[in-house]
Design a protein around this ligand. Structure first.
Ligand code: HAM
Length: 445
């Protein structure tokens, strides 16, 4: 019989506290920033009817063709774990009529996505995204706003702008793209000898994806292919020009990449991607674009849409490569230690009293000796220890020890929260002054 396997499945990873803390930090940054841009939170199911993705993302894409976690549920339905958030959110918007009567809606989401890809650094089978979707807005100012929002997110998250590249392109719409697709299919056929098998096959299925081939030879050949930006219809050309004007107006710098096509079929007109330094092959930390026909694919009225999503695993690597540290919050500002085991309940009651007063407090639940408790207090970085001993308790008091100065004072239990507020405020003021001195000092240099 096969041995049971108790390791996380290939391509998945546990987010242990040092990583989960960064995820939660990014969620807070997103909540704060996205709200300022008028976005509201949305949570859709992590699985959908398979058709949502097949029709939404497109049958000829790698995601639908090779990467979906699809299974039949016990009711005989074909179900797929979401490989991305856009199709689900648009399905939800339509199902709940959020864009009825021409209303617009701005939504953001976060959570795990699933793609059966070959795992490597920055590429996993369960990965975590933060994304936004804006429905009902056709104007190019909306494109510039979404792009500016994404760049602001990276800045607020602490990623230096000089380590990022924003690539933009327009891939046209149903008027100009079909003609261009044929042109590229023809180009691929006439260069079949110099392209890989996959690219040659793409001429018949999804010719624009040949621009995405990682093969150096294919990249060189496709670099000489006719570019869509030269063949956009007048409306798409004007829209693209206006997106750039609006980005320029607010000082968002970008690089035009005429080969940027992105791997999902729903895009129309604007597409964009952000690449970060120091990530190796998987350098796209986020991407998005406009999808003006997606609502119709799901049977709704024509409704423009656009959005972006960023990948947490790659954000984490980019933050690491840039040397950005997310501060670790104190686990315990105060440790409550008892001098004898019999005072466990008293120690517990005092710990709870401190927590009720919003002080981060911790105690021992393993019957440790006083010496061992003091070691734990040190390890947790506690600024103060509240010592609970028989004499103190008899007098309705505790001893407060400052872990830095080692000073001790007796305090009435009734006053312990207030005394600690003051003592902790002094500690934080000192720390803030030290930080300011450091900043002043560094400016002098
Ligand atoms: P996407 O480019 O497929 O777009 O994914 C967005 C980001 O998710 C990527 O830039 C990358 O950081 C991350 N990502 C994708 N696949 C993986 C993976 N296997 N492992 C780790 N990270 C990954 C979308 O998903 C679109 N829904 C974005 C969008 C929103 N477009 C319009 N609205």
């Amino acid at each position: 019989m096969a041995q049971p396997n108790y390791r996380a499945p290939k391509g998945t990873a546990d987010m242990l506290p040092d990583i989960a803390r960064v995820w939660e930090h990014l969620l807070l940054v997103a909540q704060d920033l996205f709200a300022r841009y008028g976005y509201e939170p949305v949570y859709s199911p992590v699985f959908e009817h398979t058709d949502v993705f097949v029709r939404g993302i497109g049958e000829a894409t790698d995601i639908v063709g090779k990467e979906m976690y699809t299974f039949e549920d016990k009711g005989g339905r074909s179900i797929t774990l979401r490989p991305e958030g856009t199709a689900s959110v648009v399905r939800a918007v339509l199902e709940h009529n959020l864009t009825a009567n021409g209303q617009s809606t701005k939504l953001y989401y976060s959570g795990p996505m699933f793609r059966y890809e070959r795992p490597q650094a920055g590429r996993t089978r369960q990965f975590w995204q933060i994304g936004v979707e804006a429905l009902g807005m056709a104007d190019p100012t909306a494109d510039a706003e979404v792009i500016a929002l994404m760049m602001q997110f990276f800045e607020d998250a602490g990623l230096p702008r000089e380590r990022l590249q924003l690539l933009i392109n327009s891939i046209g719409d149903e008027n100009c793209r079909p003609v261009y697709r044929d042109t590229i299919a023809q180009f691929i056929r006439s260069h079949a000898g110099d392209l890989c098998e996959e690219c040659v096959r793409r001429a018949e299925t999804n010719p624009l994806r040949a621009f995405d081939c990682k093969n150096e030879g294919c990249r060189t050949v496709m670099g000489q292919a006719p570019q869509l930006r030269d063949e956009l219809c007048d409306d798409c050309a004007a829209h693209y020009a206006a997106v750039k004007t609006n980005l320029d107006a607010v000082g968002v710098s970008y690089i035009e990449d005429p080969t940027l096509v992105r791997g999902l079929d729903y895009y129309t007109r604007t597409v964009f991607e952000v690449q970060a330094e120091g990530l190796g092959a998987q350098s796209a930390i986020g991407g998005g674009g406009r999808y003006d026909r997606l609502v119709e694919v799901f049977g709704g009225q024509p409704t423009p849409g656009l959005g972006f999503a960023l990948g947490f695993e790659r954000m984490f690597l980019a933050l690491q490569a840039a040397g950005v540290e997310v501060p670790r919050p104190e686990i315990a500002e105060v440790f409550v230690a008892r001098t004898v085991p019999e005072l466990a309940t008293e120690a517990f009651a005092i710990t709870q009293r401190l927590r009720d007063g919003e002080i981060a407090a911790e105690m021992d639940h393993q019957g440790r000796s006083l010496k061992a408790q003091m070691k734990v207090a040190d390890r947790l970085g506690a600024q103060f220890v509240v010592l609970v001993g028989p004499d103190e308790v008899a007098a309705g008091q505790v001893t407060l020890r400052d872990m830095t100065t080692k000073d001790e004072q007796r305090v009435d239990i009734a006053d312990v929260v207030d005394v600690l507020y003051e003592a902790l405020a002094d500690v934080y003021m000192d720390e803030a002054e030290d930080m300011l001195d450091a900043i002043d000092g560094s400016e002098e240099i």
